[in-house]
Design a protein around this ligand. Structure first.
Ligand SMILES: Cc1ncc(C[n+]2csc(CCOP(=O)(O)OP(=O)(O)O)c2C)c(N)n1
Length: 275
């Protein structure tokens, strides 16, 4: 295989393992949010193998890139990629969402590799902005990447941060939007329509691009060019499918809070190509 294609298949395999971990964790813990996790598997696979400079042997290395998950309810997918990268033992995932377990349902900074705890939507970007501004003032060159949901974009705090980042020319800051167009209780177009999103972001002086959020080569090509424009924060809208890979979950509102039973787990694993 051509070396260029090697990484693509490695990355797709990592995304498949992230999905498998998320399905098993939420099944064992009887927790919801599995659809939210499945939609960002390729985004996390590319970020953690091709983009972020992070080191599992030294999670607090001062010059590491900082990744903040704003959609904290999907934290299981970040735990999965961190376990795969060796930030903590894989068997921690067995205790996800269970009493005495080390991995809480919403993402927690008590877990090695996690920078910030979230769960209330709209908190990730404001925090990332403050951290990015402080780093720039300290003449640091590492990057800040905030992964957000479309639900995050319904929050006023997010729009305040959008204005703030452009005002301060934070080109060390990138948003990746997991735009799966489904929220907790409905579709974005019915809950609070975000369109025309690109026009809004460009008008707010962000450098803006869009990709297929399940195409690892497409995601990688975009994130390789950061910042998209000197002097502007970068925004990558990744078009994704909630519940991606599992036929009875894809694009459904039910996959937000629902958890999978034994027979659904078997079907879901088969459909994502496990076993
Ligand atoms: C401020 C706030 N309001 C409400 C909620 C409850 N809630 C949890 S997830 C969610 C929306 C889920 O949709 P989205 O944010 O688009 O994430 P997705 O799972 O689709 O990626 C809501 C409303 C919350 N976590 N925070």
């Amino acid at each position: 295989m051509h070396p260029e294609e090697d990484w693509v298949s490695d990355c797709r395999n990592l995304a498949r393992r992230i999905r498998e971990h998320c399905l098993r964790m939420t099944h064992r813990g009887k927790s919801g949010h599995v659809g939210s996790m499945l939609s960002m598997a390729e985004l996390l696979a590319v970020l953690y193998t091709r983009v972020l400079h992070v080191d599992p042997r030294e999670p607090r290395w001062p010059d590491r890139d900082r990744f903040i998950l704003s959609k904290g309810h999907g934290g299981g997918a970040v735990y999965a990629v961190l376990a795969e990268r060796g930030f903590f033992p894989a068997d921690w995932m067995l205790g996800y969402y269970l009493d005495e377990g080390k991995l809480m349902g919403h993402i927690s900074h008590h877990v090695p590799g996690v920078e910030f705890s979230t769960g209330s939507l709209g908190h990730g970007l404001p925090v990332a902005c403050g951290m990015a501004l402080a780093a720039r003032r300290a003449k640091k060159t590492h990057r800040y990447v905030c992964l957000m949901s479309d639900g995050d974009c319904d929050e006023g705090s997010t729009w305040e941060a959008i204005l703030f980042a452009a005002h301060h020319h934070l080109d060390n800051l990138t948003v990746v939007l997991d735009y799966n167009k489904v929220q907790a209780l409905g579709h974005v177009k019915d809950v609070l329509d975000l369109e025309p999103l690109g026009e809004k972001l460009r008008t707010c002086r962000w450098a803006y691009r869009e990709v297929d959020g399940h195409d690892v080569a497409d995601i990688d090509a975009a994130l390789k060019t950061l910042p998209f424009e000197q002097g502007k924060p970068s925004w990558l809208t990744a078009h994704t499918v909630k519940g991606k890979g599992v036929s009875f979950m894809e694009n459904t509102v039910a996959c937000h809070y629902g958890s999978v039973n034994d027979s659904q787990l078997e079907q879901a694993l088969r459909e994502i190509g496990v076993g």
